[in-house]
Ligand binder design. Structure first.
Ligand code: MV4
Length: 499
């Protein structure tokens, strides 16, 4: 069973590892910018699929299918991003006689429409955020809905997701312009102008449940992940379990997610996202019909290899376990390490990695996609690697993450590591007191929120902190550490000793 991985970077490496352990040969694809990427090095075969821009390579269905044909592949794993939730790609793979390692095309389609999925979920008995269940047909309809719900309201594009095509409306006067804006953005970005309105949840958390389903009607859950810490709708830190979810709430979240998955005959690895209010009420947000970036934290706590399960399920195997066999032990945390400069408003920082040593030791896992000497291309998402730690408790995991972040040495490009170092010192984070607004407030506090006379002190302290951080990260090559004289002396000593 030869598997083509239609992706790049750390996720391609992760999938190759699972295939190797299952005994399946792997085929990588690569763009012109990725000839020397790690996933190409680790695969058994590699096929070029076009120039650097992803629209001409990693998003080219025809070129990927041609590579699958040329390599004699039997199956395609889409990873995440790129074509992972593209129903047309799943169909095209299956039409070409390939196993698509993902759910049915119907499930992908149903979950691609927020309005459609809300209706399905309500019918299945899954709680949804109160609001419309059909596209807004006129401004008058929106007016009366918004009055009924009460301000603020949220306008969302049906084809949106992950924070795209969404608008918070605080007052009646802004309703019309916001509606027009979201509708036209939805039409131009997603080719679907359908928009609906819902109630705004105050201070929510983002809690998601990992699902496993097979082609024989079995569905189980692997517990929740805490993904509340996000910056511009990009997750920053993920934890398993959520520090605010106990066994009883976990069981209810899990059962609800299984209900959601069953409603679309879900037959793969997937994730049901919920918004959770401070009173622990939770509402269906969306379902991701793919493997997710943050899957490793669930793997660490359940001991289940989610990628291997996904491959087995796609080949028609039954889930090897039922809900009672799933146990949770300890605590895992993930940091997404990006090639971006947190001191320059997170600007991308592509370039050559001159030096790299990854943290190691007890409870540390790197799902890494780069190596020293590698040039980080400007063309793709700048995530380099994921640092995952495991501990018996949240406290141990946090201590381990601090230790691992301090061990991380990377030179040549800027990374988000100093940002994480600061988060793991924040009192509110340590007490697990945060909502979706945490990161913005935290970044604000780092810069503003100081009286004028304090600013100069603050600036000096920040400058000192940055300098000291950079000093600690400074790379010393082994050659530079001791002089030629010392080494020559040692060699001489050794020679003498052996004489
Ligand atoms: C919301 C919300 C509050 N109320 N919907 C943002 C991403 C998209 N998947 C849904 N999002 C939100 N929808 C209602 N009715 C707040 C957010 C939200 C958010 C959600 C999860 C994680 C981070 C977030 C940051 C800002 C807003």
């Amino acid at each position: 069973m030869k598997i083509l991985i239609a992706n790049r970077g750390e996720v391609a490496v992760r999938i190759i590892r699972a295939c190797k352990e299952l005994g399946y040969p792997t085929v990588a694809i690569y763009s012109d910018a990725d000839r020397s990427a790690l996933h190409v090095l680790y695969s058994d075969q590699a096929f070029p699929v076009g120039p650097a821009p992803s629209s001409e390579s990693y998003l080219s269905v025809d070129r990927i299918l041609a590579a699958a044909r040329a390599s004699g592949s039997d199956a395609v794993h889409p990873g995440y991003g790129f074509l992972a939730e593209n129903a047309g790609f799943a169909d095209a793979c299956r039409a070409a006689g390939l196993v698509f390692i993902g759910p049915s095309t119907d499930a992908i389609r149903a979950m691609g429409s927020k309005i459609e999925s809300r209706r399905m979920m309500r019918t299945a008995g899954v709680p949804i955020v109160p609001g419309l269940e059909s596209p807004i047909e006129s401004f008058e309809q929106l007016e009366s809905c918004a009055e009924q719900i009460g301000f603020p309201v949220m306008l969302k594009a049906s084809a949106g997701g992950g924070g795209k095509g969404m608008r918070l409306v605080h007052k009646f006067e802004d309703l019309r312009s916001s509606f027009e804006r979201v509708s036209s953005e939805a039409a131009s970005f997603f080719g679907d102008s359908a928009v609906y309105v819902e109630k705004v949840l105050a201070s929510p958390r983002h809690i998601e449940v990992q699902i496993l389903g097979d082609q024989h009607g079995n569905v189980i859950h692997l517990g929740e992940r805490e993904c509340t810490l996000q910056r511009r709708h990009q997750k920053v830190v993920e934890e398993c379990p959520s520090p605010v979810v106990g066994p009883e709430l976990r069981a209810r979240l899990g059962e609800t997610a299984v209900l959601a998955a069953r409603a679309v005959n879900y037959d793969s690895v997937g994730t049901v996202e919920f918004l959770m209010a401070p009173d622990e009420s939770f509402y269906f947000l969306e379902m991701n019909t793919r493997l997710q970036v943050e899957h490793p934290v669930t793997e660490e706590v359940t001991g289940i290899d989610i990628v291997k399960e996904q491959i087995r399920i796609a080949h028609g195997e039954r889930l090897g376990r039922d809900q009672g066999d799933v146990t949770f032990s300890g605590h895992a945390i993930e940091c997404r390490i990006y090639a971006e400069n947190p001191f320059r408003n997170f600007a991308p920082s592509p370039g050559r990695i001159r030096f790299l040593t990854l943290p190691e030791g007890p409870g540390v896992r790197n799902d890494n996609g780069v190596y020293p000497g590698y040039e980080v291309p400007i063309h793709y998402d700048p995530m380099l690697s994921k640092l995952i730690v495991y501990g018996a408790s949240r406290e141990e995991a946090i201590a381990r993450m601090r230790r691992a972040l301090a061990e991380y040495r990377i030179d040549g490009i800027e990374t988000s590591i100093p940002f994480f170092t600061a988060i793991f010192e924040n009192e509110n984070f340590l007490r697990a007191e945060f909502d979706t607004g945490f990161i913005d407030r935290f970044l604000g506090e780092l810069t503003a929120d100081v009286s004028v006379e304090d600013r100069h002190t603050q600036a000096a302290v920040a400058a000192a902190a940055i300098l000291s951080f950079e000093e600690s990260q400074k790379v010393r090559f082994p050659e530079e550490r001791d002089s030629r004289w010392k080494r020559a002396g040692r060699a001489e000593g050794l020679t003498r000793h052996h004489q």
